[in-house]
Design a protein. Structure first.
Length: 54
């Protein structure tokens, strides 16, 4: 069995339900979540700019 190389640390939940100035159909989510993880990096791969934006 391969050793797990990541660990879930926790999450934040953000709600604008009580914000009278929030735009419910705006470009930002009305309710959002952000998860936090810790990773052990095993490989560092090269990055090629020609693939950006495709």
């Amino acid at each position: 069995m391969k050793k797990r190389t990541y660990c879930y640390l926790g999450a934040n939940g953000i709600s604008h339900e009580e914000n009278l100035h929030a735009v419910s159909k705006g470009k930002y989510p009305f309710i959002g979540y952000q998860a936090f993880y810790h990773f052990d990096v095993a490989d560092c791969l090269s990055f090629f700019w020609e693939y950006v934006g495709k």
